[in-house]
Each structure stands twice: as structure tokens, then as C-alpha cells.
Design a protein around this ligand. Structure first.
Ligand code: HEM
Length: 743
């Protein structure tokens, strides 16, 4: 295992944390780490004390009237300890409660001065500290990581001009167009109110009831029913700012901008069957994966991309740039990659950092501004409002994880848990008693100036007709998917709607799906044992009544059919690396030493991690007497937790494994989930003992290498290692799978 580059808490006491990072990416910009270090407590070598600093001599017994008598109320040590414990919990986030975070930094590739005056986007030598929190949306704090759900992707940049947050998701669109619908949507997707069932799942009546009555959600539904909603790793998913933002340069010129995060490892997901199994074997799968990658020095990276639209082109698209249920296809406006985000340090303390961090779409810096997207506008209110109660008052910006590295000076005062000790008589402005301080900053001194957008409108509670095409981009997404991906969407819909009890909800959903694609609706209907409702015959989009007021009628007629976009399919992601992939070696005593050690070397050299899985923990000995320590027993590991499986030879090793149903299930699941498998010598027998091996054409010859399966009775590990590594890098071999849709 690579030596951990992340620092250990106990080594940090009394020194600059960043200085300990030995030249790791964080290196030169220690500003936020030094800031956090002021609050780090480390008990190494210290006496136990009360919160008042009084040393405690006995932490085992409360103070009593006699050793069998009642506890005395004067026991301040006991009272303080219990009182603090009784108040340890704060409310979980009303959404995105389940999450995990990491520190890192961001660096721009070249100055973005032509688009924005934001200081952190000017100088490629500047490393801006960041804190990132990934999350699921619907589940509670303790729910599984592998729920079918949107993933939150929130990034706080501690810039020299103040904090800038991109509070995004791993899906580039949203369910609803107007924030006034957010509480309805969240109430529908959360566990049902009468019995609080189900946890962290959209597969229930209230969610689909809402969706079936909300056609604007159909584009997002396509994404959420795709494998994007069950990522292999948080390190292998994209992120999106979703809304159209604005960038403003020093000359005051504004442009529309969409933010994208592109993972350096590519975009990869697991299968739904795997997701459900992982939820049982390791509900912390994503959290653990991120933590371990950073501890191992495999720092996750993303490139920041922007799509830039000139203001004069605002209305040139078939959709409205202010509509958060729409993407700008990358083929129409390419994504420019402008910088790199690296996560290189795990938090010291989950609660202090990951739980107390407060992101806000409203945290912007000069050079970046909002647009009138009605979902974004509502978010601008909601985040501070919720954080006031979640974090207990108006001073949560003073919490170490939230405070900016830019200095804070204003006349705000007091409130619960105030930490700042403001000096002086004046807490108002203008004042003379403090010489007018703090001063307003002119724009030329870095003062924020809102973009002077011209608005000439009537106050009106209506939605723009330009928001009303709800199906064109849903169809664009579906038609841009590879066949296996389309099959997965059909199966996801069959699963989700199969859990819905009210038939009318299923039928309404089939009607909406029919508006996206007839084949899709037909395949889902077949799985539900229903017919697609006969009307409307035409897609709702096209069923535009001649006499309807186009301003009021929704959904609207699409202006043109959109060409498939290859950027929307994970089939086109990069598949050139096995870095950080986990390969299971199934072994027992008597394994073929050369086959194991040669393959292990090759896999480590390629950047992946081999893990030995044996019937029990402890040392396992090869046929030539070499030993290896089992990382997992067959009881504590399962194929779903690995990327690929290696079955080396060794007569008695394979004979032993064949006696274990867990070993057969392990390999069978790897076959089912289309993972790379390599079986050598007697290992081929183990592969052939699996029920699914029949479908692979195994047993017909001495050797096969197809669809991600290498099986050879004669080849050596050295001969096949390169092929196996290429197969692992492909991630999945979907041609082994059959599905409801055929080409
Ligand atoms: C494009 C649509 C949206 C995206 C991408 C989004 C993203 C996120 C993310 C990533 C978080 C978790 C932040 C963290 O890790 O602490 C979050 C939390 C939250 N979101 Fe949103 N959200 C969206 C829409 C909305 C809307 C429309 C509202 C309300 C009007 C809303 C209200 C909230 C609230 C109240 C929280 C909890 C914040 C906290 O407790 O700190 N979100 N959202």
C-alpha cells in the first residue's frame, strides 16, 4: 500500500499542518489550514480536564453519599459531562443530510481575466484552498451511500476576496423549475409522513405521484433512472453548477456561464443489483472510498469546465438559459477546461468540519453573479435560513470551517455563540468615533458590485412560455445513451414504478414516458404488466391545441429535434486507467505462487490495488511455500466491493474455494455485474462452477479472452496481465448483459 501522504492528527500539534504535508499538493497555500489549526485540540500527553480546565482525578465514579448512596448534585464533573453529552446532536440537514467531505485546493490553468475579474481565476500560480462535501439528497444522516439518488457536489473556495461556493449536483439539471415547488418535491421524495418509509429511496408512491403530475421533472427523471444515480465512487462522477451563472470582467462585461466538474478518473457507475448489495455489505462504501484514496495519497482530481454564452446569444437556443431543467449540449457550446481541483486532506473531525460546513449559492465574489433562474433565486433565500436553525444562530460564519481567509470587518454584532471580540465604541456606519471604520470599499478597491442587469417588467406570478418544453431534452438524454444504458433506465423505471402501489400513478408515468420515447414507455409497461395508455396519441409536446393560448399552454411544442450528444453517455468516458481500482484475488492454501505474485506486481505497477480474499483471515500459503496475508475473509468481502476478480490456479486452493458457496457467489456476481475476470489453470474450474459461466461459452476451448473474461489453463500471469489490466480499465463489459430493449 502506498505510504499515506495525509497527515496524522497526533503529529500535527503545535506546528503548521501544511508544513507537514511534505510537498503534497497543498504545499504553498497554507492559509486555510493554518486558520483551522488555531482550533485543533490534541490530547496527546495531556491531563483530562473539565471544560473549565480543572484536572479530573477520577473519570470512573460519580460523587456519592457513601459508596452505595445517591449521586450528589454538587458533582460538577458529572453534571458537566452529562449535560454536554445530552446536547451533542444538532438537526441534520433538511436535505443532503448524508455526506462526506475533504479539503483540497483549486488552481486555474491560465488567467480568465477575459471572462471574470474574480481574483482566484487570474493567476495559475495561486492555489485556492477548498472544502468539498459530497452527499445524497433524500436519506437521513445514517442512510446508505448507494441509494439511487442525486449526489450533491458542493465546493467552498476560500478565495482572497471571500468565500465562493458552487453548490452543485452530479446531474446537470433539476426536477423543478421554480423554488416554490422545492418543499413539495422534497416532501414527496422523503419517507412518507405517516410511517416514515422508505429510507433513502425514491421507489414509493408519493415521489412518483408528484413526478407524474409534474412533467417538467422528466428530463431529470431520465438522469436519475440512469446509472449516474449509482456512482462507482464520488471520485468518478461529474459535478455541475446547474444554473446559468454570470461572469463579469474588469471592464464590466457580463457573460452567461455554466460550471462543470470533470473527474480525471472518468465517470463510472455500479449496477443496480450491485448498489443494493453494497448497501448491505458496506453502507459507507463511498465515504470509505474517498477517505482511503486520500489517506493512500491517491488524491481525487476534477477539472473545472465552463460553458460561456455571450449575452447577445441569450435567446438563440431552443430552450431558456434560465430554465434549470435544461442543459446546453456540449456539442452546441463546448466546455472549456479552466482549472483543476485536487482533494488532498481528510478532515480532522467529521462534526466540526463536514457536519458544520455551511454552503450557500449566495456566496459569490466580485466577477461572478446570479441570473434570474427562479430555482436559483429561491435558493438564495433558503440556505441561510435553514443554516440559522441547523447551526443555532446568526454566527455560524465564525465556525472554523466556514470562516473565510479574507478578513471580516463589519458592524454586525452579538447573537448566540458570538466568538469575535469587536473592539471599539461604534457598531454603526457612518461614524466618526471610529474614524468611519470599517470603510465601504470602492469597486476599484475590490468592493462587490451587483451586475447592472436591465429589468423592465410587470410583477407577475407566472412561468415563462420559454420554460415549457419538458420532453425534448429528456428524449435527447435517452437517445444519447448506449443500448446497455437505455436498458438500465428501463430496468430502473420497472423497479421504481414496480414499488408503486397505486396503479393510476404508474399509468400516468407511462403517459409521460411515452412523451419521451415510445419504445421506452412500451418496455417499462411490459415490465409492469400494463399497457401504455392509448391517449394522448401524439407526444404531449406535439399535441398543442390550435386554439390554445401559447403563453398559458404547457408543455410546449419543441422547436426542433435535438441531435444526440455523446457527452451525455458514460459509454464515452475515459477508460484508460486502472488507478485506484480494487482487484480481488480469490485464494486458499496451495495457491499458485507465481500466478499470484506476478499478477500482484503487474496490478500494483498499473496503479490498482490487489486484495487477497481467503476462506479465513490470517496467512495463506502458496504451493511453493510463499505466504500472503488475507486482507478479507469470504465472510467480510463480496464481489460488489471490487472492480475485478482474479482466480489464480493451484489445485488445492481451488478445491477449497469450490467448497465455499461464498466463493461461487463472489465469482458469479462478478460475471453478472460484467466485471473483468481472469482465471488461470485450475482457477478456470472455479469460474466454470458458477451458474452464470454457462452463458459465457466457457469450457469450449483451452483459452478464451472475450467480453472482459480471460480464462486459460495454460497461460501464465505474466502473459495475460496486460490484457487483464486493459479489461479492468474498460470498467464494465456490458455485452455480457441482456436487457429489455434490443437494437
Ligand atoms: C439546482 C438545484 C439544487 C442543487 C444543485 C442543490 C444542491 C444542494 C447541495 C449540494 C446541498 C448540500 C450542501 C452541503 O453539502 O452541505 C444542498 C442543501 C440544501 N439545499 Fe439545495 N440544491 C438545489 C435546489 C435547492 C432548492 C430549490 C432549495 C430551496 C429553495 C434548496 C435548499 C436546500 C437546503 C435547505 C439545503 C440544506 C443546507 C444546509 O443545511 O446547510 N436546494 N443543496
Amino acid at each position: 500500500m502506498a505510504r499515506s501522504k495525509s497527515d496524522n492528527a497526533l503529529q500535527r500539534k503545535g506546528r503548521s499542518v501544511a508544513a507537514d504535508n511534505g510537498g503534497s499538493g497543498y504545499g504553498e497555500n497554507t492559509a486555510k489550514l493554518d486558520d483551522l489549526a488555531k482550533n485543533i485540540e490534541d490530547s496527546a500527553g495531556e491531563y483530562l480536564t473539565t471544560n473549565q480546565g480543572v484536572r479530573i482525578s477520577d473519570n470512573q465514579n460519580s460523587l456519592k453519599a457513601g459508596d452505595r448512596g445517591p449521586t450528589l448534585i454538587e458533582d460538577f464533573i458529572f453534571r458537566e459531562k452529562l449535560t454536554h453529552f445530552d446536547h451533542e446532536r444538532i438537526p441534520e440537514r433538511v436535505v443532503h443530510a448524508r455526506g462526506t467531505g475533504a479539503h483540497g485546493h483549486f488552481q486555474v490553468y491560465e488567467s480568465m481575466a477575459k471572462y471574470t475579474k474574480a481574483a482566484f481565476l487570474q493567476d495559475p500560480s495561486v492555489k485556492t484552498p477548498v472544502f468539498v462535501r459530497f452527499s445524497t439528497v433524500a436519506g437521513s444522516r445514517g442512510s446508505t451511500d448507494l441509494a439511487r439518488d442525486v449526489r450533491g457536489f458542493a465546493v467552498k473556495f476560500y478565495t482572497s476576496e471571500g468565500n465562493f461556493d458552487i453548490v452543485g449536483n452530479n446531474i446537470p439539471v433539476f426536477f423543478i423549475q421554480d423554488a416554490i415547488k422545492f418543499p413539495d418535491f422534497i416532501h414527496a421524495v422523503k419517507p412518507e409522513p405517516h410511517n416514515e418509509i422508505p429510507q433513502a429511496a425514491s421507489a414509493h408512491d408519493t415521489f412518483w405521484d408528484f413526478v407524474s403530475l409534474t412533467p417538467e421533472s422528466m428530463h431529470m427523471i431520465m438522469w436519475v433512472m440512469s446509472d449516474r444515480a449509482i456512482p462507482r465512487s464520488l471520485r468518478m462522477m461529474e459535478g455541475f453548477g446547474i444554473h446559468t451563472f454570470r461572469m463579469i470582467n474588469a471592464a464590466g462585461k457580463g457573460r452567461f456561464v455554466k460550471f462543470h466538474w470533470k473527474p480525471v478518473l472518468g465517470v463510472h457507475s455500479v449496477t443496480w443489483d450491485e448498489a443494493q448489495k453494497i448497501s448491505g455489505y458496506d453502507p459507507d462504501f463511498h465515504r470509505r472510498d474517498l477517505w482511503e484514496a486520500i489517506e493512500n495519497g491517491d488524491f481525487p482530481e476534477w477539472e473545472l469546465g465552463i460553458q460561456v454564452v455571450e449575452e447577445r446569444n441569450e435567446t438563440k437556443f431552443d430552450f431558456d438559459l434560465l430554465d434549470p431543467t435544461k442543459i446546453i449540449p456540449e456539442e452546441v457550446v463546448p466546455v472549456q477546461l479552466i482549472g483543476r481541483l485536487t482533494l488532498d486532506r481528510n478532515p480532522e473531525n467529521f462534526f466540526a468540519e463536514t457536519e458544520q460546513v455551511a454552503f450557500h449559492v449566495g456566496n459569490i465574489v466580485p466577477g461572478i453573479d446570479f441570473t434570474n433562474d427562479p430555482l436559483m433565486q429561491g435558493r438564495l433565500f433558503s440556505y441561510t435560513d435553514t443554516q440559522l436553525i441547523r447551526l443555532g444562530g446568526p454566527n455560524f460564519h465564525e465556525l472554523p470551517i466556514n470562516r473565510p481567509i479574507a478578513p471580516v470587518h463589519n458592524n454586525q454584532r452579538d447573537g448566540y455563540m458570538r466568538q469575535t471580540i469587536n473592539r471599539g465604541r461604534a457598531s454603526y456606519e457612518p461614524n466618526r468615533v471610529r474614524g468611519g471604520c470599517p470603510f465601504q470599499a470602492g469597486v476599484d478597491m475590490g468592493g462587490f458590485q451587483s451586475y447592472a442587469e436591465k429589468i423592465d417588467a410587470q410583477k407577475i406570478r407566472e412561468r415563462s412560455p420559454s420554460f415549457m418544453d419538458h420532453f425534448s431534452q429528456a428524449a435527447l438524454f435517452f437517445h444519447s445513451q448506449s443500448l446497455p444504458e437505455r436498458n438500465h433506465i428501463v430496468n430502473a423505471l420497472r423497479f421504481e414504478l414496480g414499488k408503486v402501489e397505486v396503479r393510476a400513478i404508474r399509468e400516468r408515468m407511462l403517459t409521460l414516458l411515452n412523451n419521451v420515447d415510445r419504445e421506452l414507455a412500451g418496455a417499462v409497461a411490459e415490465g409492469l404488466g400494463l399497457d401504455v395508455p392509448a391517449s394522448p396519441e401524439k407526444p404531449l409536446n406535439l399535441n398543442f391545441p390550435a386554439d390554445a393560448d401559447p403563453k398559458k399552454y404547457q408543455p410546449k411544442r419543441p422547436t426542433s429535434e435535438m441531435k444526440p450528444s455523446s457527452a451525455l453517455s458514460m459509454a464515452n468516458t475515459r477508460k484508460d486507467s486502472v488507478k485506484t481500482r480494487k482487484v480481488a484475488f480469490l485464494i486458499a492454501d496451495g495457491f499458485d505462487d507465481a500466478a499470484v505474485f506476478d499478477m500482484k506486481r503487474a496490478i500494483i505497477t498499473a496503479g490498482a490495488t490487489p486484495k487477497a480474499i481467503a476462506p479465513t483471515l490470517g496467512m495463506v500459503t502458496g504451493v511453493s511455500g510463499e505466504s500472503i496475508n488475507a486482507d478479507f475473509s469470504l465472510l467480510t468481502a463480496a464481489s460488489a466491493l471490487f472492480d475485478a476478480v482474479y482466480l489464480p490456479g493451484g489445485q488445492s486452493s481451488v478445491e477449497t474455494l469450490k467448497q465455499h458457496p461464498e466463493a461461487i457467489e463472489f465469482v458469479n456476481d462478478a460475471l453478472r455485474h460484467c466485471k473483468a475476470i481472469c482465471a488461470l489453470a485450475e482457477g478456470v474450474d472455479l469460474l466454470e462452477s458458477c451458474p452464470r459461466a454457462e452463458q459465457t461459452g466457457l469450457g469450449e476451448g483451452e483459452q478464451i479472452h472475450e467480453s472482459g473474461i480471460i480464462a486459460s489453463r495454460s497461460a501464465t500471469a505474466r502473459q495475460v496481465a496486460d490484457d487483464f489490466i486493459v479489461d479492468i480499465a474498460r470498467h464494465r463489459h456490458w455485452d455480457r448483459e441482456s436487457g429489455p430493449l434490443t437494437e
